[in-house]
Structure formats: C-alpha cells, structure tokens
Design a protein around this ligand. Sequence first.
Ligand code: ADP
Ligand code: ZN
Ligand code: ZN
Length: 732
Amino acid sequence: MIAEVIVDISTSEIDKVFDYLIPEDLSINLGDRVEVNFAGRNIEGIVINLKETSSFDFNKLKPINKRLDDFTAILPEMIDLMWYMQKKYNLRLADILRLFIPVQLRGGRVRELKRNAVRLKSGIDFDEALSKIKPNAVAQRGVLARLFDIPWEWQSALAQEFGASPIKTLEEKGFIEIFEQTVERKPYTEIVGMGEKHKLTDEQAAAVQEIMKGGENLLFGVTGSGKTEVYLDCIEKVLEMGKTAIMLVPEISLTPQTMNRFRARFGDNVALLHSGLSAGERYDEWLSLLKGKAKIAVGARSAIYAPMQNIGIIIIDEEHDSSYTSESNPRYDTAVIAEYRAKYNDAVLVKGSATPSIASFKRAIDGQSRLVTMKNRVNKRVLPEIEIVDMCAEIKKGNRTILSEAFVDGLKATLSRGEQAMVFINRRGYSSFMMCRKCGYVLKCTQCDVSLTWHREEKRLKCHYCGSQFTVPSVCPSCGSDSIRYGRDGTEKIVADLQKIFPTTKFIRMDNDTTRGKTGHLSILTAFRNGEADVLVGTQMIAKGHDFPKVTFVGILDADMSLYIGDYMAIERTFQLVTQVAGRAGRDVLAGRVILQSYSPNHYVFHFASKNDYEGFYRKEINVREVTNFPPFVELVRILLSGENEDDVFLLTKTLTGETRKLSEQYKTAFVSLKAMKSPVKKVENKFRYQIMMKIKPEFEDEVIPLIYDITNKNKLKGVLVFVEQNPQNLN
Ligand code: ADP
Ligand code: ZN
Ligand code: ZN
C-alpha cells in the first residue's frame, strides 16, 4: 500500500503531497501521524490518502519509518474538511492540518503525562503479606496499610510520607508493583457546585423544542433571556441520544462562570479547549475528546475542529462576535466550518445572539435557517432603559469633560445604594494619540502607519498594531516645538478622572493591558463579582456575556467611537456593542439603568438600540446595505498584498488588477465593482499594504472566487504576501 503524506507540518515550507510505501509490518490508517525520511531528515508527516499504486517509480519510493501515536490524530471527516477548506479558502493543506491538532502534539513536545504509581500486586493476600513483615518495619507496614483498600497511589506521595526505601523493599519482596499511570491534567477542577438546573420558562422550553427539530437555527433571544440554559438542555437531549456536542463561545466569555455551568451539569463529560490552558491541559482535553471519553467540547473559535465523531449539535453562542472570523492565516469563517460539520454529521446547528449579525438574520428571514425567538428576560425582568445624552449640549453647558452630568449623577446614586456599575469606553490606554499643538504632527509608529497610544502607567507610547513601544519625545520631531498634547481619552484616563470625583470608590480596569497572561481577565472579573471593586471600567471586553447580578448602572461614554471607522459593518457593530453593554445592567432582581453618551444622538443606531428594537434596526440597516451594495447583497472579496519593498508590492498589485479586470469583463454580470488602492493602513510591521476590492454577486461566488484564486496562485512575486479574503470583518 502507498500512503500520501503531507510532510513537516510544523514549518510547512513545503505544501506538497508525497508518496511513501507502507511496510508490510506497519498498520497505517488514514489520518495517522507518521515519521518519514524527507531530503535526508526524519520528519513528521500526516497520511492524507491511502492507495494501491503510485505514479512514481515503485522502487524509488521510501518507506514510512513508523507510526507516531497509538491513535489516529485526524478523523476521516477532518480529511474531507481539509479538502473543502482548501477549495473554499485557497489555503495550504499543511496550514489547515495545523488547525486540527494541538500544537503540543506536533514535534512531540507534549505527550500524555505519565508518572509512577504503586499498587498491591494482584493475588497478594494482605494479611499474609503483613505477617511476613517485621513488626518494627513501621514504614513498610505503613505503605501496605495505605494500599490496602485503594486501587493505587502515586509513588512520589508514598515516598514523601514513608521514604523511598520501604517501597523498593516491598517491590523486591513481590508484594507491590510500580507501574505508569496517566496523569489527567483537568483544567478548572476547582470549579464545583452552583450547577442548579433551572426549570425552563415556557419560552425556553418552546425554543428547545423548535431547535431539536434539527437543521440550522438562529436563536434570537434578548440579553438575559436564558440562552445558555437552552443550550444546556439541547446538549442534554443530544447526549441522551448517544451523540456528542460542540459549544463555541467567544474567547473572552470563557469565564469560570461559563465553565462552571457546563462542568456542574455534565461533569467530566466536558472538555475545554482554549488558549488559556497550559500545553499539557490542552493536549489532555483534546485527547479525551478524540478517545470519546469526553462528549462535549467547550471552547473558543478553534474548538470547531474538536476531534469528535457522531456530533449531534453545534452551538455558536454570540454568533455575531467578530472573533469567529480568523483574520490571519489560515483565514476562515467559523460559521462556514460549523455548517460543514453539522451537515456532515447530520447535526443540529444553533447560532445564538441577542444581536444577530445582519447576515445571519437575513439567512433566517430568507428561510435558510429557522428563527427561534425569545423576547423576554427570565422571570419577567425588564430590559434596562437607555437614556441618550447629547454631548454637544454638554459642551454648550460648559462641560468640557467626557463625563456628562447625567452620568456622574447616575453613578453617584448607584454607588450610594451599594450597587455596582460598569463603564464602557472603547479605547485602552490613557489617550488615543499624541499630537503637536503647533504643527499638528501626530506621533506614529515607525513600522506601521498608525498613531501611537500614550500609556501613562508605563510611561510609554505603544503601537496597538505591532506592539512596539516608544518613549515620548520632549520636542516635536517635525517642528521642534515642546507643546505635545494628548488626544481623546482612554480607559486609563477615565479611571484617573473618576477617581478624582469619587475618591473612596474602588475602580478596576479591564482592557488588553490589564488582562495579560493566562488568567488575567478571569481574575479581574472574579474580583469584580466578589465585590472587591465598585466600578468596572473597560473596553469591549466587558461587553460579552458576563452576568453580574449587582450591576444596575452602565455608562457608555463614547458610543460614536465605533461608528465612524469607515467600514460597512461599523453601524452593525455599534448596535451590537451598545446592546451587549447595556444588557449587563439589571440582570437580576435590581432594575438597570444605562446612560449612553453620543455626539450624534440622533443617529438611527442609537434610536433603535435605546428602544431595544433589533428588528427595527435590522429593517433599516438591511435597506442601507441593499442600496449601497454591501454584504449580504454582495460578496466582498479583497486581495490583500503586503511586502517590505513597496515597488514590488505595487507591481504585483498592477498585475493582479489587470488580470482580475479581464476576469470581470468575462463575467460582467457577476462583478458589481472592482477597485485597486493602497490599504487604509498603509504600513504594518514595515510591510507596505495594497488591496484590490471586488464586489461579486452571491450567486456567482462559487464560480468566480476559485478563478480569483487561480489568478493569485499563478502570479507571484518573491517577497510579496498575497491573501484573498471573503467578507473581511476589518478593512484596514
Ligand atoms: P443570556 O445568555 O440569554 O443573556 P443567561 O443564559 O446568561 O442569559 O441567563 C440569564 C440569567 O438567568 C442567569 O443568571 C441564569 O442562571 C438565569 N436563568 C436562566 N434560565 C432560567 C430559568 N429557567 N429560571 C430561572 N433562572 C434562569
Ligand atoms: Zn507598529
Ligand atoms: Zn510640531
């Protein structure tokens, strides 16, 4: 037999399939990791096909050296998915395979963790053994006594208590044996309890019933309507049928509370997959899914590749969240992969949100998915009132700060009642940029075409694109004047300002700067939940799915921030953000109040958001999209080019523009528009960026996009990276 092997997937310089001979004495399956000799080196590979014959000279084929695991790492379904993704997204096979297995598996960096354990030898009579040990050998007797009625104990634990030699002696006497035991690295085992199962409300019960009819569903439920409880019930039903489940949540929502609800309900049936786990933990969780020990995968985006069979349900919570789109190589849309796996397994697919993406809601309206609605909060709790504050009017009143009178009064009242508040500002750092007051020069990153943000605590200017840090120049690099001033306020500045007004109040800040490390955001959320702070100030990180019963007041300080970023999704994102942030207020018995500050208070997005009118917003927004020719009415395709030599990038952009233009003339009815330009952010990490933007009618997508791939695959230039993106979330 011949195996087709993708080699060395950890570096993936080579994306070619090679034929290897399977030796008679080796049993190799499709999807196995194997060791092969390639160009004189022994390297890892993955078997992606088995066949009888090769088009190469049989005698020259090298044999596979060995199988690397005692399990098949990649299931047949995933091999099919690999081909699907290659076609759909023009990805390299090695890059796709890398998504499917934990990084720890490649290169043999982590194995199952095994440690020595000790147990009584089988068939040993305990009393007889004890009688053969001298009464004064207390330690030996102690070890035996310990092992009397337990299956085994770690050798290290026994040695610590009784010393190493009695264990040795007992082993020599043949009373006990030492063996290797796998150590299960279970993350978050400290989480127990609090897993009360609620009796579903009528609305929830109806939703479960609808969803379990199968197919694709959009669970449209207002914030606090109890969507998680619906998911849990659906999963329970699926498990009863002997099937498995995948539950996706945005990375930031993977809080102890979320995990707790799953662990408490399903115990060890749950495996958690996310970047916060240690390498060993992740590997073990992954393996427990592959081996069928765990039946539910809970995780962020990458958990869609969980190695599971017989999937009964796939759930995408907060389906509108932009983290479900991978924006770096390999680029893909999690929902597309979920649709594929759901079809393959004949599984139920659920996308859930209080603010579905415009595209998903249209799918439901068009009948491509079932719309399941939950209009009420659990226990008839009311949605918070949103009051819009006109910030231009504040300026006219003489208030030049970013804090309106209504906001300060509201916060004061909340704190005096001993309740908690959340303050949302969509900028981290102290101020968004620094500018010369004399010549208007804005301090920019030397490697990227973006302005730097001042971080006061660290006394540094930071580039939020590449992470570079700079000290503040004492004089303007352009004109030499010493009047460099700060731009708009960020989280750090807000906390400083609020602290002045509320000197005894405890504030806690949550943004990219304060949440570094494995448990950064968890510890902040836990501290806030435990009442160690009164007010949580943060970026959009605080918006997602958190459930804080004592929060009754929410301030949205600069709601316009996300509105004017010149991107067709800006308004949709603003609606989602405002609704999600506002939804944090009054989730328990205490009613909530929300202050939304805006410099464009009459914008329709705030009008609909303040009335909790998603459907009204949808009708308005879908109209705008149709008239202006934006998704979901067209497929937005962007060819993004980048490289250190601008001339080369420009040259290739010209070639590709010419070729795509030819294509657009051939497919006149398919192309709505085609434009080539410098990218809005012209330089990132010293690489110049150009782009070709195309709008294509959706019904031609499957026909035309592969032809665009052909063009980019055939026209390459050394040093210029080219990516084709479909409906990118970010057009920078
Ligand atoms: P959503 O995800 O829709 O915003 P959650 O699932 O977080 O809402 O539920 C909101 C709150 O209501 C949670 O504290 C949850 O424990 C509670 N809850 C959910 N379902 C019920 C129910 N049937 N009875 C009582 N409380 C419930
Ligand atoms: Zn930079
Ligand atoms: Zn200047």
